[in-house]
Design a protein around this ligand. Structure first.
Ligand SMILES: *Cc1c(COP(=O)(O)O)cnc(C)c1O
Length: 405
């Protein structure tokens, strides 16, 4: 036997039994082809060929496992799904074409006409519209509650309630919800709890271990980490995820193999990025708190934050997103934003490039002034998603903003 014929170990793929998060983020779900490629292969193919008509029939009939068509399964997408399931500690993951498609797929596959959702009022704006407008049209109603008021969750439950839904920490005010306590209320009422884990990612927070049943992600944010692609994922138990898979493959909200491949590459640096970006955000939150033209800073890492201890208990770091109010009105906030020369003015977050947003006129601009006031989003509020640039340069750029207020 030539030495080139001897594999360096029995199989091509890693044994990840007992592996820690950083290892799983780099190697989880990796199936090599017989070519032995080191980096994950990308399969930009819409369909797959069969060796014979009989094999095609067996695949379509479900007697033989394997790929048929990329709306159903694709090997690159499968690596992303298996890696995400392993990182969140769930039985199975199903990838979707966006974060919103993940929430839609979860709702449509779990619920039916007449069912009821209890949802935190501090969730992503499109989640509110999806539940309140589109699910309502299908006869699925939603009650929105203050996530910090545990009695409100219990009181909102009706005999038809099936699903609790929350996001923690929230956007843009970094309110932290008690996942374990809300999971106990959900369980006592025979409901599922789904957590949008977009802001922390499994690197900082693992809601399934706190009692949640499902995780949804906008992979567009920190999982990618470099602002390249739109995508999402649902993680949870096998039985229910089979229904989610059925809906995604039939409804067509499948993730493209290219986007899956970008996310796989993003995950390889997830833990390093989340920790480094959290450290920078912590430093900037403290520094901004000490500035005379800043009224208030919202960041769960600050001891002054009302849920600081809860955040410390359920997260391993406080995340990259913070927001702050400048002294003055909307014009003062806009002057701050426009004075920056390094930070990007954009609505997106979770990027290694630091981004700055005026929530009142962008991400939360569709709310009425009364709704914005109820949500605590003032005209002088600015949101920062802290990236990986040098702290010194970020402070220098923010100083331009401070001087312009
Ligand atoms: C962006 C976002 C979503 C929606 O994700 P898309 O990928 O844009 O569809 C959902 N939840 C949170 C918390 C988000 O930030």
């Amino acid at each position: 036997m030539k030495s080139s014929d001897v594999p360096h170990r029995a199989g091509y793929d890693s044994d990840l039994t007992g592996a820690e998060l950083s290892t799983v983020a780099i190697r989880g779900g990796h199936h090599r082809t017989p070519e032995g490629e080191h980096s994950e292969a990308i399969f930009p193919t819409s369909s797959f060929v069969f060796k014979s008509a009989a094999q095609a029939a067996a695949r379509f009939g479900g007697e033989e496992d394997g790929n048929i068509y990329s709306r159903f399964t694709n090997p690159t997408v499968r690596i992303f799904e298996q890696r995400m399931a392993a990182l969140e500690g769930g039985e199975r993951a199903v990838a979707t074409s966006s974060g919103m498609a993940a929430i839609m797929a979860l709702g449509v596959s779990l619920l039916e006409q007449g069912d009821h959702i209890v949802c935190s009022c501090s969730v992503f704006g499109s989640t509110v519209s999806l539940f309140d407008k589109y699910f309502r049209k299908m006869g699925i109603s939603t009650t929105f509650v203050d996530p910090g008021d545990l009695d409100a969750w219990q009181q909102a439950v009706t005999p038809t309630t099936k699903l609790f839904f929350l996001e923690t920490p929230s956007n843009p005010l970094a309110e932290v919800s008690d996942v374990a306590a809300i999971a106990r209320i959900a369980k006592a009422n025979d409901c599922w709890l789904a957590v949008d884990n977009c802001f922390c990612t499994p690197a900082l927070q693992r809601p399934l271990e706190l009692g949640a049943d499902f995780i949804i992600h906008s992979a567009t944010k920190f999982l990618d980490g470099q602002g390249r692609c739109i995508g999402g994922v649902v993680v949870g138990p096998d039985k229910e995820l089979e229904e989610v898979f059925g809906f995604v493959r039939t409804g067509g909200a499948a993730l493209s193999p290219f986007n899956a491949w970008v996310f796989i590459k993003g995950l390889e640096t997830l833990e390093l990025r989340m920790n480094a970006q959290s450290e920078r955000a912590m430093e900037l939150a403290s520094w901004l708190s000490a500035q005379s033209v800043i009224d208030k800073v919202y960041y769960a890492g600050l001891e002054s934050h009302p849920q600081h201890e809860l955040a410390q208990r359920q997260q391993s770091a406080f995340g990259a997103v913070l927001s702050f109010e400048v002294k003055g009105d909307k014009e003062a906030a806009w002057r701050f934003i426009d004075a920056t020369r390094v930070i990007s003015i954009t609505g997106n977050l979770g990027d290694v490039k630091t981004t700055i947003t005026h929530p009142g006129t962008t991400t939360h601009g569709r709310l009425s002034p009364e709704e914005r006031a109820a949500a605590g989003i003032k005209d002088n509020l600015i949101r920062l998603s802290v990236g990986l640039e040098s702290l010194k340069d970020l402070k220098r750029d923010l100083e331009r903003g401070l001087s312009a207020v």
